[in-house]
Design a binder for this molecule. Sequence first.
Ligand code: HAX
Length: 438
Amino acid sequence: MALKETLRQKIDEFRPRTTRLAKEFGKVKIDEVTIEQCIGGARDIRCLVTDISYLDPQEGIRFRGKTIPETFASLPKAPGSDYPTVESFWYFLLTGEVPSQAQVDAVLAEWKTRQEVPPYVFDTIRTLPRDSHPMAMLSVGITAMQRDSKFAALYNSGAFNKLTAWETVYEDASDIVARIPVIAAFIYNLKYQGDRQVAIDPTLDMGANFAQMIGQGEAYKDVARMYFILHSDHESGNVSAHTTHLVHSALSDPYYAYAAGLNGLAGPLHGRANQEVLDWTIKFQEKYCKDREPTKELITKALWDTLNSGQVIPGYGHAVLRKTDPRYISQREFCLKHLPEDPLFKLVSMIFEVAPGVLTEHGKTKNPWPNVDAQSGVIQWHYGVKEWDYYTVLFGVGRALGCMANLTWDRGLGYAIERPKSVTTPMLEEWAAQGGRR
Ligand code: HAX
């Protein structure tokens, strides 16, 4: 069955569960909110719903119930590759079902019809100063495509139907995930390759096509597939996923919503941490290792210098995780297999041996272990993608998969406009004095 038909069946079957929970069990309490959570970024408050991925603090991410190794093992692989195609992962994220090869082929064919980016999008990006951050370029590119939104067209037609509106979200979501690697490759070539643009190869899957568009060879095809899948989704509360969900909850279309999500991803405490990691590591090499090999002592000193200057150690810590991020481990295993002798990989591995101890001694962070961003730049660097301000764009291509799958289901289940209630500081002070809100 075609993806959209399978999804229609799934959404129709699932919707009564959500309706029943709201109607019959709406008053059941599942959480309490403390003053600390109110002031401290709503940490851990259970008030978002998604069935697409779940993040356990100890175990890490599961996509549709599967760990990262299980996901990679179970999905159909790209021809001659150890990794699944992004297309098969998209089917899995949307439906929760492992697709057959025929179903993957259908998504591949569908994306071919969607991946052509309108020329005005490229023209718009070209008008930006060339030294604009590539995340700003990506965000502008996604916003520019808003005029093509089928969801917005449905809304404007006056024929909006709450039960079927998800179908136009699916259309926009599919267009965005099929086109975003093409826009990302355009930005790469514009900024770093003297605007030497490479055409889409219609015979290739998304990862392989992205690799060829940025001038990479065979080996990078799996890098792209792995990278986009690993960065896709991390449940709903992170800044990029939550922002996308929040903006769409006002019935802003998926283009507006994902451009907003990308703007959040561009923050150094979130997706931009991968750029910061490379920046930190290269500066460390330049400052300390011009004429000597890196040592654990030198790394310890540099880490303390960073902490003492009031900065965070990029790539370490997490708002939910309390152990090494399995996305870090997965990329580390890739490095051990494909680039074990790379000097930068060796240095990052040495930092991994030292940083958790330094952060524990520093005593602030609740999680001294590395996250996804501590390892990802090394792989890009090894394959010659050395422009590290571009790394968050790669994250943004992958994150589109999770955000767009979630948006399709948000509309399918008819989630409401998001509107938490705020309180004032005097209210908090009063409730603090009386030991709780009465
Ligand atoms: N280096 C130094 N201090 C750190 C730290 C780090 N890597 N991680 C946390 N801390 C500090 C916090 O700044 C905070 O300090 P204050 O009390 O002075 O405000 C304290 O430890 C407690 O923080 P926490 O509860 O452990 O962590 P948060 O949930 O507040 O923040 C962050 C989570 C990921 C933002 C944080 O760990 C951080 O800034 N890490 C470095 C940046 C980074 O790698 N970000 C990427 C995270 C993964 C991701 O989203 N990728 O996109």
